[in-house]
Design a protein around this ligand. Sequence first.
Ligand SMILES: Cc1cc2nc3c(=O)[nH]c(=O)nc-3n(C[C@H](O)[C@H](O)[C@H](O)COP(=O)(O)OP(=O)(O)OC[C@H]3O[C@@H](n4cnc5c(N)ncnc54)[C@H](O)[C@@H]3O)c2cc1C
Length: 576
Amino acid sequence: MTKTIKTDILVIGGGLSGCMAAINAADHGAKVAIMEKSHTERSGAAGTGNDHFWFYDPEIHEPRGWTIPDMVRDIAFDGEYGKTKGGLMDQELLEIVAEGTKAAVDRLESWGVQFKYDKIYPWNLQYDTPEGEKKYRIVPQFQSEWDTLNYDGRDIKHRLTEQCLKRGVNIFNRVAGTGLLTQDGRVIGATGVNMRTGEFHVFQAKAVILATGMDQWRLFKPRNGNWFNSQSPPYITGDGEAMAIRAGAEVFILQAVKTQHNGFQYWRNIMRSSPAATTCYPAGRLVNAEREVMIKHPAAREPMRKYRQNVEDSVAEGKTPFYLDWTDAEEEEIQYALWAYGNEGLCWALREIMKDLDIDFRTHMIELELEEPGRPTGGFLAPLVDLDLRTSLDGLFACSPIQFAGEVAAPTYTVLGWRSGEKAAEFVKDVPDAELNAEQVASEEKRVLEPINVDEGRTWQEVNEELNQIMEEYKKYVAGFNPPGKKDKMSLIGLQNTLDLLGKLKMVKMKANDPHELVRCNEVMNLIDVGILMVKAAFEPDQFKRGSWFLGKIEDGEAKFRLEPIRIKYPSKEDQ
Ligand SMILES: Cc1cc2nc3c(=O)[nH]c(=O)nc-3n(C[C@H](O)[C@H](O)[C@H](O)COP(=O)(O)OP(=O)(O)OC[C@H]3O[C@@H](n4cnc5c(N)ncnc54)[C@H](O)[C@@H]3O)c2cc1C
């Protein structure tokens, strides 16, 4: 059975950015549909809640002498976050994000997400407001100025879903996008499959917005060995990226690198939330086995480099393991952080587990997972968009995944999603309907449904495991035993083997026993396509050139690569 839907704009992925895109496109008069693999009320990285949101408020920040260019410079280069991004930030898009954050907060607030309170605390930024007006709870984070709101973000996705429905957005939950439909290089729709019924969906649209999230989870072996014990949703598997690549869109490619720091984010063995980062502000301290403080305010991640040194010294002196320690905190500080836990990801579940096990922050320290330095991490790729969120293909917009345009966090995708909705709505006004190509649809249906139609084949888990093994080899050849960019013979032979193995893996038949497994098989097929382009890119000598984005696309079945200079609007203060 095939279902056909006609709409002006199709949004693939109903996460934070996708819902924002849909709402704004509808506000601009377009007929909008969302295709969402999970359920928009709880899907995506924000599905279990967010507790902090960085923003720029001219009324608060200007009097403190901090401008939008300062913020952009901080996030792109000079702040603790910027320093980790190797100059790869799109500053022009980031500026748009920074300028849009205050309006985004106002908008979310008008939809029932609480950001302002009668009471603020001594550890929040103190600022003046007219008598009786509620205030933001502002805390420090990565930037040199205090810019991050603590807020009641637990149900943010519910509120966004309500706004979509209010505007008549047609939401197709449990339908996973599988491919883009094109005509003469223009994107005119997409296909998907229902994860519960297996029904194939064909969407005809004048514009498509990719909003499937910034992750290619399950491409590489997870650090803790378990695909589904992860902070990011394990079903964000590079589907949007693979769809874009197959349709011929140009993508930005980042190769594997080695981690540079000893970081703390997780409780030991629990990778599902980040209770040792921003959320435990103000009282959660990170200490070594002798209760010497490594960092006082993990929220500020400041001074990151000094704290790494402290951690490394402690490791060298055997003062391990490390702990999250609240035992000296005031009761009000504990209550504040427990409130933040209630809003952030799965930290609320950690609170419940603590209750069950009789663990109390007032008396117990929690052991932390220490990220080892020098570990090769995976590569990444995403469509490159212009300032109007247009990809290189006519009719295809993207708000997530895209090149880096801010911290990979809620404000960036809230603002960019909103903008993509408006730009796509403007675009469709002048675009005539296109006729779907029946042959293309039939071939896509055959490709997508094959795992459920074949009599036998390997399970998606077997193929995914093998993909992980191959991509681990790729990481070593690129970032492991040779410095990045150095093309010794051994590494090139290794990379060629990796590519050959991926080519063979792509031909392997998988067998799905039900529609759920069918979607998992399709995720693995997508990850293989992403992996192949990433490995092909690794042969190119120019991929690590500083000051450029390394771009690739598939044209007439061939991978083509080029460099694009990164526009620097606000140079690092350190370079001036
Ligand atoms: C546990 C956790 C806590 C966080 N806390 C904070 C915080 O406090 N503050 C902050 O600023 N940021 C936080 N973040 C980050 C923030 O939530 C994300 O940056 C933000 O949600 C990204 O929005 P997005 O639209 O890019 O992706 P997502 O919100 O992840 O949405 C992607 C959507 O695409 C759907 N999808 C994927 N593939 C397909 C497909 N093939 N077909 C159809 N749909 C598909 C997914 O189901 C999902 O709904 C947190 C992230 C996590 C994981």
